[in-house]
Write a protein of this length. Sequence first.
Length: 357
Amino acid sequence: MIFRQLFDQQSSTYTYLLADSLTREAVLIDPVFEHARRDAALIGELGVKLAFTLETHVHADHVTGAALLKRRLGSKILLSKASGAEGADRYLSDGDTVAFGEHKLEARATPGHTAGCLSYVLDGGSRAFTGDALLIRGCGRTDFQQGSAPLLFRSVRERLFSLPDDCLLYPAHDYRGITASSVGEEKKYNPRLAVTIHEGDFVGYMTNLGLAHPKLMDVAVPANMRCGRPEKEDMTNAADTDWAPIAMTFAGILELQPDWLAENPGSAQVLDVREPDEFTGSLGHIAGAKLIPLGSLLNNLNQLSKEKPVVVVCRSGARSAQATVVLKNAGFPRVANLAGGMLRWRAQHLPVEGGTD
């Protein structure tokens, strides 16, 4: 079997590609909207055909790439019937199976994080994809989307800890860079759900977490209730570019990661839309960047060439996102926002001119 574990840095989401090595039929679990182009490229390079995208639940921290991949590759969208989402090609209930080549995934209802959580068990128990029901040394929160701490406790104990101890576990998220665990490990070491912990202890723990709601929840949940289908259908093809590995946010902003720009100097015009004191301030600036503050951009478009791609940068990526809209409306054909702005650039220890350590 072909197996790949992919990662989204912004939401710490894992996406899983599984394919039968003989028939080349594939499934993708928990795709992310901004990485649909990346996932499609990998699927093409591996020479497999994407039959299905599967969701472990309606996510609150990112938008699914299911609709984009369906448009691009013809894959069918599968998720829990209990999720209440619209637009899927097939709704799954507890015990349903999804076959791809000689392999199959069993859907196990594991509600508690949300009402519609499913875990997917591969080939009788060799691996399980647990979504947010069971994380590595943790679990998903239970305070919104019809979550229930007692229900999650029972889901994990009865539906996941009943798998063989050597069954490998792959969650939807990990925030420390750990890629996998096992049933035996979690039964012994999970600080919330180990077999020595009683339900009352778990419920008390989860009730007092006091976490803020995910930042993208107001965007992600409504979008995922449509299986990731954008309200503006023309957005689905907006990230088709040939000059760089561009991703698209659900807001329709084309983004480029800092490491690519650093590794390909001179491939694009770098436009910095901060104020002059920021340009020479503590964050410094990218070598060769042209400074045109956002407020004066419309009056200085003649300083940029439409023949060469433009990458726009600011402190965090907010003003530069607006600048990409200005440039697009002015007829610049190849424009991208630098994801995360100078804050991410510096966090990744990429070279700058000026600035302070």
